[in-house]
Design a binder for this molecule. Structure first.
Ligand SMILES: [Zn+2]
Length: 338
């Protein structure tokens, strides 16, 4: 079972590596699309549709970068969006062909100005589910389970899970915001908070599965992961945002922690290890959705949105495992104390 699982994980990593390197964006390489965006930047119009906040003389800024700094961020985003929709309509009418990616993303139809409504809804559901999970964990540890003499919880990993809860909620918040509209700043915040979360949850996976409780051992694990994550984020934000490389880093950290939990689930006699297994196997399978990356159905629901949907029930099971773990460890420690 473990061997088969390892084989699937290796397949997933190699697939994502390939996809990451290809980084398909055939749509924005189309000369007609490029001309459309260039004209929109100069005139503030795409066909009949005009954006008053984009109107400025072409002498103000002819270089892309300057234009981007001078004008509101959503002007660039709107030019790209309307050119993309026009181009996709033309392509469908003339060639009847499948949609193309633009700047690394599928063409979505906006709903009330929201670029990817399905992904926004599922991100918010994930946020709510994590809040529920974290809150119930907080109540369990601080009010339901017995406390030590100094009013502190017996469970040694409580503070690690509290920070984890905050980081997941932060990450889903930025995910929802960045799926609302294609703006580079939001995208960077989304990517960065995902990397921070993945790095941190990798640390938690190592600390909990190896049962590391003393500070020295915890620092030994935390320091290298933290250094790696910080370097990656600085590189992505201040040097070059590379989608392919970011994808590889994220998949690597995600697969590594799934692997750690899988091995822990295999060797431990934890009463709730089936929950761990369920999350690991379903989480691994749901990553296939992320890698399949099919275009949005009717312009609304794509593989990415469905991937966000699958993590909603998995989050529920995950926090339920964390609560069980707190209760299990507390009972063990109480037994030992007696
Ligand atoms: Zn997303």
């Amino acid at each position: 079972m473990l061997r088969r699982f390892l084989a699937i994980l290796i397949l997933v990593v190699s697939l994502s590596w390939n996809l990451g390197v290809i980084d398909a964006s055939a749509g924005d390489e189309d000369p007609r699309y490029r001309v459309c965006v260039k004209e929109c930047k100069e005139t503030g119009c795409v066909g009949e549709t005009c954006f008053p906040y984009c109107k400025f003389s072409s002498n103000d800024a002819t270089i892309d970068g300057t234009w981007f700094i001078l004008e509101p961020l959503y002007c660039q985003s709107d030019c790209c969006y309307h050119c993309m929709i026009d181009r996709e309509k033309e392509r469908e009418a003339l060639l009847g062909s499948a949609p193309l990616k633009y700047h690394g993303k599928w063409p979505f139809k906006r709903v009330y100005g929201i670029q990817e409504p399905a992904s926004v809804i599922f991100s918010l559901l994930n946020l709510a589910m994590n809040f529920h999970g974290w809150l119930s964990f907080f109540i369990l540890v601080n009010y339901k389970l017995p406390l030590k003499g100094d009013k502190k919880a017996y469970y040694e990993f409580a503070s690690l899970w509290h920070i984890y809860g905050l980081l997941t909620m932060n990450s889903w918040l930025w995910s929802a915001v960045s799926h609302c509209r294609d703006v580079e700043l939001m995208e960077k915040l989304d990517y960065s908070s995902t990397v921070v979360l993945l790095g941190y949850s990798l640390i938690v996976a190592i600390l909990r599965s190896c049962n590391l409780r003393d500070d020295a051992a915890r620092v030994m694990v935390t320091a290298p992961v933290l250094a790696f994550v910080t370097t990656h984020i600085m590189f992505q934000n201040f040097y070059k945002l590379n989608y392919g490389w970011n994808m590889i880093v994220c998949v690597f950290m995600a697969v590594l922690q799934l692997l750690i939990w899988a091995i822990f689930g295999r060797v431990t006699r934890h009463p709730s290890r089936w929950k761990l297994w369920l999350v690991v196997v379903a989480g691994g399978l749901s990553m296939l959705l992320k890698i399949c990356d099919f275009p949005p159905y009717e312009g609304y629901v794509d593989a990415h949105a469905l991937w966000h949907a699958t993590t909603v029930p998995l989050t529920y099971i995950w926090w339920s495992f964390v609560r069980d773990d707190a209760a299990f460890r507390t009972m063990n420690l109480l037994k030992k104390a007696k």
